[in-house]
Write a protein that binds this ligand. Structure first.
Ligand SMILES: Nc1ncnc2c1ncn2[C@@H]1O[C@H](COP(=O)(O)OP(=O)(O)OP(=O)(O)O)[C@@H](O)[C@H]1O
Ligand SMILES: Cc1cn([C@H]2C[C@H](O)[C@@H](COP(=O)(O)O)O2)c(=O)[nH]c1=O
Length: 217
């Protein structure tokens, strides 16, 4: 069974960019790699409802922290068999966001920390009740919230399909979310966390070597 590795971080941190670079670097050294990104827009009705709510549709759905948290969780529940199959068939399965995104964002929305009722709710729902696979490791792509926001703004300006949503344009939420991510990483929530400095270009080849070797948990 391959390693299940999750990349987490703020909106605009560069998770997709790192996922692509790490996939190429792992393939370069002969590892078989599969990737999935959550939410699974265009694949899962729950993910599409999330996107629509983040852009103002569905009345007050977007205001409901637990309602939104449940939709993200149901998207992942629908992917559980695929995650297990991809993990079984590859050396590494890279996930761009996973259960920890739900913990970080919903806690930040409620102005709570990593040791909070909503974080326990996410774990109970997704891991205990839905039976989602527990990751082997998390990579927290850590960038200052202002840097992530500038990257997200730049992307929105150059790509009309990536207009910023309600979470991305809420600077206070992003700052609180960064703090919760730091706490989740410090607590090694669900599995070991490794903090990657995303301020500059990440050395994906070195990270791939770490992942395949013994230096990362
Ligand atoms: N290390 C970097 N330095 C400068 N710009 C970067 C870096 N990594 C990514 N970017 C740019 O920042 C923007 C956001 O990157 P990306 O889409 O990878 O972020 P993301 O974390 O996946 O975002 P989201 O969670 O909102 O989907 C893109 O325009 C990308 O080209
Ligand atoms: C998977 C997941 C995501 N979120 C948040 C994080 C982002 O602000 C939005 C959309 O994600 P994207 O990467 O920008 O497409 O949703 C969340 O709160 N809970 C989750 O489980």
């Amino acid at each position: 069974m391959g390693r299940l590795v999750v990349i987490e971080g703020l909106d605009g941190a560069g998770k997709r960019t790192l996922t692509d670079a790490l996939t190429a670097a792992l393939a370069e050294v002969g590892a078989s790699v599969a990737t999935l990104a959550f939410p699974r827009y265009g694949v899962s009705v729950h993910a599409d409802l999330v996107r629509e709510a983040l852009h103002g549709a569905h009345g007050d759905l977007g205001d409901s922290v637990y309602g939104m948290g449940l939709l993200y969780a149901l998207d992942r529940r629908g992917a559980a068999d695929e995650i297990r199959a991809l993990r079984a068939g590859h050396d590494v399965l890279l996930l761009d966001r996973y259960v920890a995104s739900n913990a970080a964002y919903q806690a930040a929305r409620l102005r709570q920390g990593a040791d909070s009722e909503v974080v326990r709710w996410v774990r109970d729902l997704e891991i205990e009740r839905f039976g989602l696979p527990v990751p082997d490791a998390h990579l927290l792509l850590r960038v200052a919230p202002e840097v992530a926001a500038a990257r997200a703004r730049g992307r929105a300006e150059s790509d009309a399909t990536r207009a910023r949503d309600a979470f991305e344009s809420d600077d206070g939420l992003q700052a609180r979310c960064a703090a919760v991510y730091d706490e989740l990483a410090a607590a090694n929530w669900l599995s070991p966390w490794h903090v990657v400095d995303g301020a500059d270009r990440v050395d994906a080849a070195a990270l791939a070597a770490d992942l395949l070797g013994t230096r990362l948990p």
